[in-house]
Design a protein around this ligand. Structure first.
Ligand code: ATP
Length: 292
C-alpha cells in the first residue's frame, strides 16, 4: 500500500535541452493524489517537452522525476504503470471499433481479457458511451473520441493522469463536459491530474495552477475555496510557506492569468506585495515557487 503522503507526481530541478535550447530549465513541481493541477503556458513554454519526459518518451538531462514514488529513470516500469495519458493529437485507430481500441490498449498493459472487458464496459458506461462500444471509432464525434481516449487512459487504473491540451478542436460544450468528467473522476478515484492548456478559462476549477514560461515555472498558484475571507488559516499557511510575488510582473511576462488583489484591505495580516486573483470560481494566490 502506497504511503498516502507520497506525491502522485514529483519533479525536482528537471532540465531538458535540445541543442542550445533549454526547453525545460530547472522545473520543480508536485501533484498530490486527487489534485487537479493545471499547467498553463503559451506556445513554446515547454509543456509538450515536459509531457514527453513524464511519459518516458525522452529522458531528462538532469533532475528527478517520480510517479507515486517510483523514479522515472531507475524504476521506469512501475512509474509508467501508474500513469495514464491523453495526448494532444488523437491516437485512436479510426478503423477499429471503440471496444477494439480499448482492448488493444489493455493488452499492451498485460490486463487479462476478462478483466479488461469488465473495465471497458464500466468505463464506457461511466463516460456515456456504452451503446457505441461496437461502432467504428471513425463514426464518433470529436468529443466522443476524446472520451474514448480518456477511457483508454484509465483502463489500467493509473494514479496520475496526464492530459496534454485535451480539448484542442472540441466545441465549448464538449470541452466543459470533458472537464466535468475529470473533476468527478479525480475526486472519486483519488487520481492526480496534470492538465496542460493555454486557455485560461480551463483552469478555473483546478486545485493549483502552474504557469510555465520559457521552460521555467513562472508561478505556482494555490487555489482556495470561494469566499476566502473566512479561510484565514489556509491563507496564513500559504503565506508562511511561500513568498508572494506581485502579479504585475507576471502580467508583463504575458502569461499569468492573474489580476490585482481586490480584497487586500480584508487581509491586513498579509505582506504588502500580496496579490490575489480570481480564476473561474476560485480565489488564487500568486506564489513564487522558485524563490519560495
Ligand atoms: P506548444 O503549446 O506550442 O505545443 P509547448 O509549451 O508544448 O508549446 P514545447 O513544444 O515543449 O512547448 O517547446 C519548448 C521549446 O523547445 C521551444 O523553444 C521549442 O522550439 C523547443 N523544441 C521542442 N521540441 C524540439 C525538438 N525536437 N528539437 C528542437 N527544439 C525543440
Amino acid at each position: 500500500m502506497a504511503d498516502p503522503s507520497t506525491p502522485a507526481l514529483l519533479l525536482d530541478n528537471v532540465v531538458k535541452s535540445y541543442g542550445s535550447v533549454r526547453a525545460i530549465d530547472g522545473v520543480s513541481l508536485a501533484a498530490k493524489p486527487g489534485e487537479l493541477v493545471a499547467l498553463l503556458g503559451p506556445n513554446g513554454a515547454g509543456k509538450t517537452t515536459l509531457f514527453q519526459l513524464l511519459s518516458g518518451l525522452f529522458v531528462a538531462d538532469s533532475g528527478r522525476i517520480e510517479v507515486m514514488g517510483h523514479d522515472m529513470t531507475r524504476d521506469a516500469v512501475p512509474a509508467l504503470a501508474r500513469l495514464g495519458i491523453v495526448f494532444q493529437q488523437p491516437t485512436l485507430d479510426l478503423e477499429l471499433t471503440v471496444s477494439a481500441n480499448l482492448m488493444f490498449h489493455a493488452g499492451l498493459h498485460g490486463i487479462p481479457r476478462a478483466v479488461a472487458q469488465a473495465r471497458i464496459d464500466k468505463e464506457l458506461a461511466r463516460l456515456g458511451l456504452a451503446e457505441r462500444a461496437h461502432d467504428k471509432t471513425a463514426q464518433l464525434s470529436g468529443g466522443q473520441r476524446r472520451r474514448v481516449e480518456l477511457a483508454r487512459a484509465l483502463l489500467h487504473e493509473p494514479r496520475l493522469l496526464l492530459m496534454d491540451e485535451p480539448t484542442v478542436g472540441l466545441d465549448p460544450q464538449s470541452r466543459s463536459d470533458l472537464l466535468a468528467l475529470i473533476l468527478t473522476m479525480r475526486t472519486e478515484r483519488s487520481v492526480a491530474v496534470l492538465w496542460a492548456t493555454h486557455l485560461c478559462d480551463e483552469v478555473g476549477d483546478a486545485d493549483r495552477v502552474i504557469v510555465m514560461h520559457r521552460g521555467k515555472v513562472l508561478t505556482d498558484v494555490v487555489a482556495l475555496p470561494e469566499g476566502f475571507a473566512g479561510q484565514r488559516e489556509v491563507d496564513r499557511e500559504v503565506a508562511k510557506q511561500s513568498r508572494i510575488v506581485g502579479c504585475d510582473a507576471a502580467h508583463r511576462q504575458g502569461d499569468a492569468p492573474v489580476g490585482r488583489c481586490q480584497h487586500r484591505e480584508r487581509l491586513p495580516h498579509l505582506e504588502a506585495r500580496r496579490r490575489h486573483a480570481r480564476i473561474g470560481r476560485g480565489d488564487h494566490f500568486v506564489v513564487d515557487k522558485a524563490r519560495g
